[in-house]
Every structure is written in C-alpha cells, then in structure tokens.
Design a protein around this ligand. Structure first.
Ligand SMILES: Cc1cc2nc3c(=O)[nH]c(=O)nc-3n(C[C@H](O)[C@H](O)[C@H](O)COP(=O)(O)OP(=O)(O)OC[C@H]3O[C@@H](n4cnc5c(N)ncnc54)[C@H](O)[C@@H]3O)c2cc1C
Length: 378
C-alpha cells in the first residue's frame, strides 16, 4: 500500500510513524515548507486530560499515556513535566460546572481538587487571588517539548523507512473512478493508494478542492514569551475571567496567551499590539511581581477550529476510497496526536475503527452527533 501523508506536523508524523511500525512499506510525507513548519512547533506544548466532553477526556487520557512513554519509543527525551493546570474561577456558574464535570472525571480516575483562594495563596504565593472565588487544580496535566516530540516521531518513522520531502506543496488530491490515485505538486505527481490529509489549518482548502466541506476554519492565535526567570510557576494557570493562560517555559521564560477577537481564516502569521497589551495586563494583574518583565518574543500560529471544537479523524464512506483526514483539533491537537496517529494507522491498514476514535469520525456533522467541547484554552 502506497501512503502519502500531507503535512509534517505532529499529527502527520505520528501517523506516518505508526503506519510504518504497523507494516506499511511505502510511506511518503509531503511538506510544503520544512519539517513541522505549522502549529506544532508554535504551540504552548501542554497536555491535559480534563475536557468537558467525556469523549475528549478519555481520548486525551490514553494519548497522554503514549506521550509520556515517547522517549522509550522514539529515543528522544521530550522533557515531560507534570506541574498540573490551575483554573481560576470567578463566579458560581463556573464553579458549578467544574463540580459537575469533576464527577465525570472522578469516574474516569482523573478527579481534580478544588482550592479556596487561601489554599491557592498558600501553594502559589505569587498569584493574585483577591477576585478569585475558587480554583480547580488538575495535577495530571503538564507539558513537554513539542520539537522533540515531532522530531522524535520523524526520526523513528524515517528509521522504519518513511520518507519526508520538504518544500513539496500538495496542490490537489487526484481521484479516478471514485478512488484516490495520488497527489499533484508543482513539479509533478506522486502516486498513492491512500492519502491522509494532516495539513492542520490548511486542510480545509485541500478538502474544498475535492468538493468536501466540513465545518472547520483556521483561527490565528498569538503567544508571547518573556525573559527567563528562576523556575517558580509550577502549574499552567488559566484565568477563566480574561481567558489568559500563563506558565513557565523550559528555560524559565513566562509564556502565555489570551483570546483576542480575530477574523477566522489564514491571516498572516503576525502579532498585534492589541494582543500584547491585553496579555501583559493580564499577567501583571495575576502576577504582580512580574511588573516590568520584558517580552522577548512573540509568534502566532493557527488553531484548526471545528464546529464542535473536537478533532476530526478518519473518513466518510461517501468520500473517494483511500481518502482520510486528521485535523480540526481546535487547539488541543498536540496532546491528542500520539493516539490519533496510532488509531488512524489501524483504521487505514486494517479498516478498524477503535471505540475511542468512533465519536471523532467526520460523519458526525451530517449525522448530528457532535461532541461539543467548551473547555478550549486560548
Ligand atoms: C499558539 C498555539 C498554542 C497551542 N498550544 C497547544 C497546547 O499547549 N497543547 C496542544 O495540545 N495543542 C496546542 N496547540 C494546537 C496544536 O499546535 C495543533 O493542534 C497541532 O500542532 C496540530 O498538528 P498538525 O500536525 O495537525 O498541524 P501542523 O503542525 O500545523 O502541521 C501541518 C503541516 O502541514 C503542512 N502543509 C499545509 N498545507 C500543505 C500542503 N498543501 N502540502 C504539504 N504540506 C502542507 C504545513 O506546512 C504544516 O507543517 C496550539 C496551537 C497554537 C497555534
């Protein structure tokens, strides 16, 4: 079976690795720019198991198990930390919904802990809590280094025979007699029996060329990083009021983002003063000791947003045979990638639809079986 994977982000690479590991002999990864140019290495590199939709929590839990074992699989130390996530909640409604969800998380074995403002202050004296009603702490959550996850997958896939071609933009998927026969690039064609579109936020365009319209759209997100400090912010802190998230990165930089109103679409990968000012204000308010901290770097990337904010994987039987997708991960695709790649490889090679994967099939939109996910960060 000749497989073309379009896109060398973490999802394409995890899929390519798993396909090669499960015996696919001819796996080609086509990347329009260079290895992991897209959202993967622009992400905040965090993982969590707490989602409001049970399907997402279950999926993330299994994905995390693979993620933390990746060093023994790929040989790359991905620098896992588990400082947890701390959500700061400001009103009764927010607390109520977290209490309800915590019952579901408890059933899944991933209950978190509610903290009063004084308990937060005791654990994390640097956080301003005067306006906080309660906190929810998820100790199971953490971070790792996105580059080493992606490069590790790439190296492991290459060792098994998968081939990567950079500067190879796929222009369209070629279909004959309702089955995929390859892809077209500016310089020619690559023949294939299977084409997996894992092109992140750019997947919409490739699908539309085939007359397939799934309810997804790219949304640009911005991130900022300050100068480095001694390590002191253990969890990722998510301010439910401003939507800001703030954590500490590998070298000690304060890293984070917050939502600013933006038009959807593939906007230029730039940064705005609006974002920077709002994020800086949110940081100063929550961490008064960071007043005067200097921002060293900003960048932006795309969330591939789906209509229900849950990822999309697999195929619709009405599509040309051999066509698969993995995208629409709405800001949580990095953490889901280890399991997406594994289950998708089984789906492609053995036509197996795992129970954890079934809810995320692209057919859910026309069947009205959405997985509404409201706990999107950033
Ligand atoms: C600011 C920010 C913070 C984030 N933080 C987190 C986080 O903390 N945790 C988390 O789980 N997720 C996070 N995410 C989301 C996460 O980064 C993505 O869900 C994930 O990286 C998606 O991986 P991917 O492989 O699908 O896409 P990408 O990494 O975008 O890779 C797609 C690749 O396809 C290539 N491509 C596109 N079109 C073509 C074409 N026509 N031909 C060939 N190649 C093509 C692109 O160049 C790109 O390299 C964040 C995203 C952003 C933007």
């Amino acid at each position: 079976m000749r497989v073309v994977v379009v896109g060398s982000g973490v999802i394409g690479l995890s899929s390519a690795y798993n396909l090669a590991r499960m015996g696919a002999k001819d796996v080609v990864i086509l990347e329009k720019e260079y290895l992991s140019y897209g959202s993967t290495v622009r992400s905040a590199s965090r993982f969590r198991v707490h989602f409001w939709a049970e399907e997402n929590s279950k999926f993330a839990l299994e994905s995390k198990k693979i993620m933390v074992r990746l060093p023994s699989i790929t040989g790359w130390n991905i620098l896992v930390t588990t400082g947890g996530y701390l959500w700061l909640l400001f009103n009764e409604d927010e607390v109520k919904v977290f209490r309800k969800k915590n019952k579901m998380w408890d059933r899944l074995g991933i209950a978190g802990k509610f903290l009063s403002p004084s308990e937060i202050k005791e654990r994390y004296p640097y956080v301003y809590v005067d306006d906080v009603l309660e906190g929810f702490f998820g100790p199971q959550n953490g971070s790792c280094f996105h580059n080493y996850v992606a490069f590790g997958y790439y190296k492991a896939a290459a060792k098994l025979g998968a081939r990567l071609f950079e500067k190879s933009p796929v222009e369209k998927v070629l279909v004959e007699d309702n089955r995929v026969v390859g892809v077209e690039l500016p310089g020619g064609k690559v023949e294939a029996d299977v084409v997996l579109l894992a092109a992140g936020a750019w997947t919409d365009g490739l699908l539309r060329n085939l007359g397939i319209n799934l309810p997804t759209e790219p949304e640009r997100k911005e991130v900022a990083l300050t100068e480095a400090y001694r390590y002191f912010i253990e969890p990722l802190i998510i301010d439910f009021g401003t939507s800001a998230y703030i954590g500490q990165a590998l070298k000690g930089e304060i890293l984070g983002s917050l939502e600013v109103p933006v038009k959807s679409g593939l906007l230029p990968l730039e940064n705005t003063l609006d974002f920077l000012v709002k994020w800086a204000r949110a940081v100063y308010k929550r961490f008064p000791l960071l007043r005067g901290a200097r921002v060293m770097r900003c960048w932006s990337g795309y969330y591939s947003m789906s209509a229900d904010s849950s990822h999309i994987m697999g195929r619709d039987p009405d599509w040309p045979r051999g066509l698969y997708v993995a995208y629409g991960d709405s800001g949580h695709g990095f953490m889901m990638a280890p399991l997406i790649g594994k289950l998708l490889a089984k789906n492609i090679l053995y036509d197996e639809v795992d129970e954890l994967m079934r809810p995320f099939l692209p057919t859910r939109f026309k069947e009205g079986r959405l997985i509404p996910e409201k706990l999107v960060i950033g």
